[in-house]
Design a protein around this ligand. Structure first.
Ligand code: SF4
Length: 358
């Protein structure tokens, strides 16, 4: 399945931990940017059909419905869409009943809601513009309009104890999909100076395990993602299977025909030359195979042997016998008749698998 990612790099407020490409705006996402994205989509040379569209950010919920309609119309004109999953990331502070209805009427069928926490102190520490009550209201509104929606949560922010009530609240609101990420203190963000506050690996792992316990009724199908049956994120599975996608908008990545490329990372420059790349790299066949392995080991299902054979025309063992044996011997993956799967330890230590394969 081919995927389409559309980056909306605008936020009303900029969170101090965030290292995404984004900038502050007061109102809606500007029309000039929407024009540029539509031009880029129209000129795209590549696959004709797509199975998912993902509006990420930034804050896609800052798109006016007319802008969203224009972009989706352009996508539908350029691509043959086959029962697509259409996801829109939303900030709880933006969600209203009329807006949720408009998204649904325009064809959006999945909302990814950036809740992060149900604790006001945590939300303040993260610099989020919503509070816990607003998050609860937004969840209820989204649930009333969409069967398929996801709640994004962050663990490890202070006060750390707020994680347990946040998980309780998550259970009460009962989303069909949850993403739980550990707070990171990225270079170049205001949080970089506070890196000493970061939890040590053991404490962070304990919080992660608490999420696993609370979300035991879900399928923990990817390191940070939990889904009820039928609600795994189809778009993100494209990334985790190292399959092809096109990214439109500032700084968006694409992976098409073995070429990994990135758009210009400055929004003004992007709007002047939408589709111009800031970097572009043709991966060798071997690099694509290595990345395919690494990405699949983020998934609980691991690497299905039949998938590898179908995609590359050869057994995974024929390509990576010593590496796979070494990973099995270290207890990071296990092999059965149909697949190589990460063990529980391999799931937590995914970086180690990547290092061993590279
Ligand atoms: S709303 Fe999201 S994209 Fe915008 S600054 Fe905050 S974390 Fe980053």
């Amino acid at each position: 399945m081919f995927g389409i990612y559309i980056h909306i790099p605008f936020c009303r407020t900029v969170c101090p931990y965030c290292d995404f490409v984004r900038e502050r705006v007061d109102g809606a996402a500007p029309d000039a940017y929407v024009d540029a994205v539509c031009r880029e989509i129209e000129r795209f040379e590549g696959p004709e059909a797509a199975g998912s569209v993902f509006f990420g950010g930034g804050t896609p919920s800052l798109l006016r419905p007319e802008s969203l309609e224009r972009i989706l119309g352009t996508v539908a004109h350029r691509f043959r869409l086959d029962s697509p999953e259409i996801t829109l990331e939303a900030n709880p502070d933006d969600v209203t009943a009329p807006l949720a209805r408009a998204w649904r009427d325009l064809g959006v069928n999945r909302i990814s809601l950036g809740v992060q926490s149900f604790d006001d102190a945590v939300l303040r520490a993260l610099g989020r513009r919503h509070n816990a009550d607003r998050a609860r209201d937004a969840c209820a509104l989204v649930a009333a309009h969409f069967e398929n929606w996801s709640m994004d949560l962050i663990f490890g922010a202070r006060p750390v104890e707020a994680w347990w009530p946040t998980l309780d609240e998550c259970m009460r609101l009962d989303p069909p999909h949850v993403s739980a990420y550990g707070l990171t203190y990225e270079a170049g963000t205001p949080f970089e100076k506070r890196a000493s506050e970061a939890l040590d690996q053991e404490r962070a792992l304990r919080l992660y395990e608490e999420a696993e316990v609370a979300l035991a009724a879900f399928d923990h199908y990817e390191i940070s993602n939990f889904a009820k049956p039928g609600f795994a994120a189809r778009h993100n599975l494209i990334y985790w299977r190292n399959e092809a996608y096109a990214g439109f908008g500032t700084a968006a990545f694409s992976f098409v025909d073995g070429v990994r490329a990135r758009n210009l990372t400055d929004t003004r420059a992007y709007m002047q030359e939408p589709g111009k790349k800031s970097e572009s790299l043709r991966l060798s066949d071997h690099e694509i195979r290595v990345e395919t392995l690494i990405q699949h080991f983020r998934l609980r299902e691991g690497l299905l042997k039949a998938y590898y054979r179908r995609r590359f025309g050869v057994e995974a063992r024929a390509d990576f016998c010593p590496q796979l044996d070494a990973l099995c011997a270290r207890g990071l993956i296990e092999e059965d008749k149909g697949a190589f799967r990460p063990t529980r330890e391999g799931f937590y230590l995914n970086n180690e698998i990547g290092i061993a394969l590279v």
